[in-house]
Design a protein around this ligand. Structure first.
Ligand SMILES: NC(=O)c1ccc[n+]([C@@H]2O[C@H](COP(=O)([O-])OP(=O)(O)OC[C@H]3O[C@@H](n4cnc5c(N)ncnc54)[C@H](O)[C@@H]3O)[C@@H](O)[C@H]2O)c1
Length: 346
């Protein structure tokens, strides 16, 4: 088991990679705990949940809405949860985003911790304290930054994950490698077979590397005023593709990373060999889906992107495997590149 501590100005978050999830009771207060999960996770693991009230909602991105948060808040109130309450999220990125958000606003904030049950949540979503919900067609528009007290990442829970959700998580793992860890990238390349076989020893190592990298970035820039922006590699196009094409988050980010890599090549920040290596790895795992957004669809989303300020947007380019840089560029250049890529005019 690996214990990774993330210290930020107001808090401390402990991520336990390789810890068995049923050890969670050791991290919980004796009473006042409420479990937030989705119906699928409840169905699969509910009989082994610790003995506390459980509130669940429909799985998937469609539940990341203020209306569902309001419904859950009412359930907490009716259950008598007060300021000493503790929310335990058991689920993937959606559950962690929702429970973290709810914990940060309910009665102006109560304590929370996560058992992270998808690969995507273990390598990325449950670390760093970002949480929130979508506003119509705009991703994560309403949210807060607040660190959970602990996150348990038990790779044994990944055995029940569908192939699609597993691959979706791999996309965020590959993202971490591209932006910050060349050795991790090579390890993913050479470990292809074992990764596909969900070898839990290797997964523990890969998850821990990803969490350690993200943790170091978050400790340095919790509020995303600078360095933390690199974590958005692939997300500018990815978020637009995710909501318009209704793809799983990781698949949309993979498509966004292909675009951001091709854009980096066009600007000569990387050479052909590096570009082929990055896109080759994404293709080997078969995580790039087709997307052909219309100009309208793309514009609607990109102009509402949180990374935009005025006419410019903070776009993340790769400058070689393991290195990323954020550059403020006109939104129009982001839109124009997509059109050139889509219409094969590169
Ligand atoms: N807060 C952040 O920093 C951050 C970072 C990246 C992504 N995200 C968000 O994370 C979300 C995607 O997360 P996700 O891919 O985990 O999606 P998810 O939470 O919807 O889970 C995917 C599916 O897997 C099921 N599931 C969960 N655990 C399972 C298990 N152990 N076995 C079988 N099925 C299981 C769920 O019920 C769901 O149907 C997106 O909304 C994205 O915006 C947040």
């Amino acid at each position: 088991m690996e214990k990774i501590t993330i210290n930020t100005p107001g808090s401390r978050s402990v991520i336990l990679v390789g810890e068995q999830w049923d050890s969670v009771t050791g991290w919980l207060p004796k009473d006042g705990v409420v479990i937030i999960t989705d119906h699928t996770v409840r169905e699969l693991y509910g009989d082994k949940f610790p003995d506390f009230p459980v509130f669940s909602f429909w799985p998937g991105e469609g539940s990341k809405r203020l209306a569902v948060i309001e419904h859950l808040a009412n359930q907490l109130l009716e259950a008598g949860v007060d300021r000493n309450g503790f929310l335990l999220a058991i689920g993937g990125g959606v559950v962690c985003d929702m429970a973290g958000f709810l914990a940060s606003i309910y009665m102006r904030g109560i304590r929370c911790g996560y058992i992270s049950t998808t690969l995507l949540a273990q390598v990325d979503a449950s670390t760093g304290g970002k949480n929130g919900v979508n506003l119509g067609a705009t991703k994560n528009m309403i949210g807060t930054i607040r660190q959970p007290e602990f996150v348990i990442c038990d790779p044994a829970m990944l055995e029940s994950l569908s192939e699609e959700d597993y691959l979706s998580g791999l996309a965020e793992l590959i993202k971490t490698a591209i932006i910050g860890d060349f050795e991790l990238f090579e390890q993913i390349e050479t470990g292809f077979g074992e990764i596909m076989a969900r070898n839990s020893g290797l997964l523990c190592d890969l998850i821990a590397k990803s969490v350690r990298f993200k943790g170091s970035v978050v400790s340095a820039d919790e509020m995303e005023t600078g360095l933390r922006r690199i974590l958005n590699f692939g997300h500018t196009y990815g978020h637009a593709i995710e909501l318009q094409k209704k793809l799983k988050h990781g698949f949309a980010v993979a498509a966004g990373m292909e675009l951001a890599t091709a854009f980096s090549l066009e600007r000569k920040y990387i050479d052909h060999r590096e570009s082929e290596r990055i896109i080759g790895l994404l293709k080997r795992f078969k995580i790039i889906d087709e997307h052909d957004l219309t100009d309208d669809q793309l514009e609607k989303i990109v102009v509402h992107d949180k990374k935009k300020t005025g006419r410019d947007i903070n776009f993340v380019f790769t400058h070689g495997i393991g290195k990323a840089e954020v550059e403020k560029i006109p939104v129009i250049e982001v839109l124009d590149f997509y059109k050139r890529f889509r219409d094969k005019k590169l």
